[in-house]
Design a binder for this molecule. Structure first.
Ligand code: SF4
Length: 89
């Protein structure tokens, strides 16, 4: 994958740098294994995932997670924050 010219600094260390970006945009989650393998050895995986969540990236595999998986993470975090607020009150 080639980071865009306005890519954040961490993208320079990405394991996907220079790879064919099409594997990061699979038609279905079931076809995301090739991208996830690359992400699994990427030194900036966590940063990439948090970037995608923060910027609400709707397409592709980021940080080893598909859009559906990122949505699950977002919902889980919301629930955890909600429970923490309820416990604190
Ligand atoms: S985690 Fe995956 S998509 Fe993100 S920079 Fe690394 S290889 Fe690329």
């Amino acid at each position: 994958m080639t980071p865009p010219t306005n890519a954040p600094a961490w993208a320079a260390s990405a394991a996907c740098k220079g790879l064919d970006s099409t594997i990061f945009y699979p038609a279905t989650d079931e076809e995301a294994d090739a991208a996830k393998e690359v992400c699994g050895v990427c030194p900036v995986q966590e940063t990439c995932l948090e970037h995608a969540i923060e910027h609400r990236e709707h397409n592709g595999v980021w940080g080893g997670a598909t859009e559906r998986e990122r949505q699950r993470i977002i919902r889980r975090r919301r629930r955890q924050r909600s429970l923490a607020r309820a416990a604190a009150s």
